[in-house]
Design a protein around this ligand. Structure first.
Ligand SMILES: *Cc1c(COP(=O)(O)O)cnc(C)c1O
Length: 353
């Protein structure tokens, strides 16, 4: 798509582009146009939802509930809130990365304002029981936010059916450019701005809109959902073929995350006694991009908080490799990948022993 900036950025045309994208995003999740707010990224959407809802509902209480395996955009926002007089409960997860609905219900207090649980995890791909969480939140009168950055485009999301009050998404996770995100907030929910300035986005997010990128995220969402079934099936086939090939051809491997409730394009394997950073360099030399544990903490020496939370042992954490398939990948790519991983694992296991 060629974007002529001077054309789409101008005055009323610019506004029309933004409103058109808003309509497409609203339609894709069964929300109203005025419930969609544009931001600069997924992290900002998470910040705006969580801080905006907690601050606007301070009279009701200062407690919120999240999980231990959220993205840092949620976890670090929660830590900041704790340093500023709020209280946060971090739910544990089972060995597949799922929260317990019982623990969630038991954690709800009279002063609980918000539950923030991701739709699907970015590292291990596990999908949470969003509809049941929404049901519990609704019955207790608690607001429910979900970080759907990974789920958007990969799962069917209906905010009314799922009782979701706020939902975050990000452009670059769904084939749009980096530097744009969006947030849905139910119009019945009280929330306030955290970035102050002009009157953009109905006084909820000050700052001039990134019009070309907003155009792109609207188009991307519409395209992904226009052939959702086909796109989803394709990614699932690539993923399932990859998983069965790895499990049948390499010993001492562990699939991290839920085998069935899992993002269509995600696979995360731990190779026992392999250093994933060596494996990554090896794969990179063949033009293969994967990540160790989590892309967001790549480069940091800290073990993944997600792999720790599912109870993975050290010898499996350091050998965790995450592979994400996209719409341009083919079965041939997967065969090539499996072949290279097998060679790499054998090489580094031999080197290490
Ligand atoms: C990538 C990601 C984010 C952050 O989105 P950015 O647009 O990169 O700021 C938040 N949550 C999840 C689950 C993600 O995967």
């Amino acid at each position: 798509m060629v974007i002529r900036q001077h054309y789409i950025l101008c005055g009323r045309r610019g506004r029309k582009v933004v409103e058109n994208a808003r309509k497409k995003i609203a339609k894709s999740i069964n929300a109203s146009n005025e419930e969609i707010y544009f931001t600069s990224c997924g992290s900002e959407s998470d910040n705006l939802a969580i801080k905006g809802i907690m601050f606007a509902n301070k009279l009701k209480g200062k407690h919120m509930i999240t999980s231990k395996i959220e993205h840092p955009a949620v976890l670090n926002t929660c830590r900041w809130l704790e340093n500023n007089g709020f209280e946060v409960t971090y739910l544990s997860v089972d060995c597949n990365g799922k929260i317990s609905l019982k623990e969630l219900e038991d954690s709800i207090r009279n002063d609980t304002v918000l539950i923030s649980i991701m739709s699907a995890n970015n590292e291990i791909g596990t999908i949470q029981p969003i509809e049941q969480i929404g049901k519990i939140a609704k019955s207790k009168g608690v607001v429910f936010h979900t970080d759907a950055v990974q789920a958007m485009g990969n799962m069917l999301l209906d905010v009314k059916k799922m009782n979701v009050d706020a939902l975050s998404m990000s452009g670059h996770k769904l084939y749009a450019p980096k530097g744009v995100g969006a947030l849905y907030v139910n119009s019945d929910i009280k929330f306030e701005q955290i970035q102050h300035g002009g009157h953009q986005e109905k006084n909820k997010r000050a700052g001039t809109e990134n019009v070309p990128s907003i155009l792109a995220i609207g188009e991307a969402v519409e395209l992904l959902y226009s052939d959702f079934e086909e796109h989803n099936k394709k990614l699932q086939n690539l993923r399932d073929f990859f998983i069965s090939e790895i499990e049948s051809k390499i010993c001492d491997v562990r699939l991290n995350g839920d085998r069935f409730d899992r993002l269509p394009g995600n696979a995360n394997f731990s190779f026992k006694n392999v250093d994933a950073s060596q494996l990554l360099l090896y794969l990179d030399s063949f033009g293969i991009c994967a990540s160790a544990g989590s892309a967001c903490t790549a480069g940091s020496a800290e073990p993944s908080h997600v792999l720790l939370a599912i109870g993975l042992k050290e010898e499996y954490i350091q050998g965790a490799l995450r592979v994400t398939f996209g719409i341009d990948n083919t079965i041939e790519d997967v065969k090539y990948l499996v072949d290279k991983i097998k060679c790499g694992v054998e090489k580094y296991r031999a080197d290490n022993t």
